[in-house]
Write a protein that binds this ligand. Structure first.
Ligand code: NAD
Length: 362
């Protein structure tokens, strides 16, 4: 097994270091190779995704990714901005399925801005299609309008499109994921207004017939946005397109109130994947040793489960995380009165200790 380790920028290097330490105490056989990505790669090689980094990512079974970006790169031409590295990796590795679990840990119920009873026990999985939709559809650009409300005016346009195979493969991913959970899928669309999403709904319904054991329902995206804050626990697996998924997965993430806790996985059809925390490079706290490494550590657990076929090792990481939270250890982002504030390294130490102890006691 080979893992490409791409820490990136800002807190990326600090949090990935802790995840790698955790992986190393699991006593598994794997090889890791680290490379620059994002702003760090731009500084060293003049490009956020150098050929050598892309080659490493393609050859690896999985990529453990930190985060990229810093405000200082905002004035660069778009192709040189750190965030382009993520888009390049998604495209080149064909990572079409993005998994974003939003789990509310018992000990962190108070961190949410919603009432505790609404989110206690929350466990949603948002599955977002990641390589199609209006984000990639061609043509796009700026031009002079020939029709519309203001003919002759300057206008910009994008193209929303989905092909049948693109919808089918993400629908299969969702139904299969639901089979391992409580067997419910909500497909989110805007079929009442958009042709693309009427087609989405039709194709998801057809695929659903192959999974009679999984209950499928459909919801318009505007209603889904409301229901996620009104009654989030009624969702299990949510599957949707790239743009709606981008927005809803951030909304679902914030239900838990703690962005530093949320992992994510992006997979291709051979289960090769890129695993990263849901948050960014947090330049405001970079280098201070205070970032929460748990989202990255939990991303490493997802990597073991989905790409490296080591579900037991994944379970060990996840239960170690629950254990350190139960011990009352908190980084600053999830700290509350009565708990113990720790830094990035100490949090990593605690997870390592919880795993090692479990190994000894069997
Ligand atoms: P951000 O997620 O980096 O930070 C938002 C807020 O959350 C900040 O206050 C930050 O301190 C805090 N935060 C984030 N992660 C944390 C952690 N692990 N522990 C404790 N606190 C944490 O989002 P932003 O500030 O909008 O963006 C910063 C940079 O990150 C930008 O350059 C942006 O483009 C980039 N970005 C990268 C990714 C990625 O690499 N996948 C994703 C989002 C943003």
């Amino acid at each position: 097994m080979k893992i490409a380790v791409l820490p990136g920028d800002g807190i990326g290097t600090e949090i990935v270091a802790e995840a790698v330490r955790v992986l190393n105490v699991l006593d598994l056989k794997f090889e890791t190779e680290t490379a620059l990505v994002g702003g760090a790669a731009y500084e060293a090689h003049g490009h956020p995704l150098p050929e050598s980094t892309l080659k490493l990512a393609k050859e690896a079974d999985a990529v453990l990714f930190g985060a990229v970006g810093d405000w200082k790169y905002d004035k660069l031409e778009r192709q040189f901005r750190p965030e382009q590295a993520i888009l390049g990796l998604r495209k080149n590795l064909g990572l079409f399925a993005n998994f974003r679990p939003a789990i509310c840990y018992e000990q962190l119920v108070g961190a949410s801005s919603l009432k505790p009873e609404l989110i206690a026990g929350l466990d949603i999985l948002i599955i977002r299609e990641l390589t199609g939709d209006i984000y990639f559809g061609q043509p796009r650009g700026r031009r002079t309008a020939v029709d519309g409300h203001f003919p002759g005016a300057e206008e910009a346009f994008d193209t929303m499109r989905y092909s049948r195979p693109e919808i089918e493969r993400i629908a299969h991913v969702a139904f299969q994921a639901a089979r391992k959970r409580s067997k419910r899928v909500t497909s989110v669309d805007k079929a009442n207004v958009l042709e693309t999403f009427q087609f989405w709904k039709d194709v998801v319904t057809e695929v659903g017939k192959e999974y009679p054991d999984v209950a499928l329902d459909h919801m318009y995206v505007d209603n889904a946005a409301m229901q996620l804050v009104k009654e989030p626990k009624k969702f299990d697996v949510v599957v949707t397109g790239n743009m709606f998924g981008d927005i809803l997965s951030d909304e679902a993430a914030m239900l838990t109130g703690s962005i530093g806790m949320l992992p994510s996985a992006s997979l291709n059809s051979s289960n090769q994947g890129l695993y990263e925390p849901s948050h960014g490079s947090a330049p405001d706290i970079a280098g201070k040793g205070v970032a929460n490494p748990l989202a990255t550590i939990l991303s490493a657990a997802m990597m073991l489960r989905f790409s490296l076929n080591q579900p037991e090792a994944a379970d060990r990481i996840e239960s170690a995380v629950k254990q350190v939270l139960a011990q009352g250890l908190r980084t600053a982002d999830i700290w509350s009165a009565g708990t113990t504030k720790v830094g990035t390294r100490e949090m990593g130490d605690a997870v390592v200790a919880a795993i090692t102890k479990k190994t000894i006691t069997g």
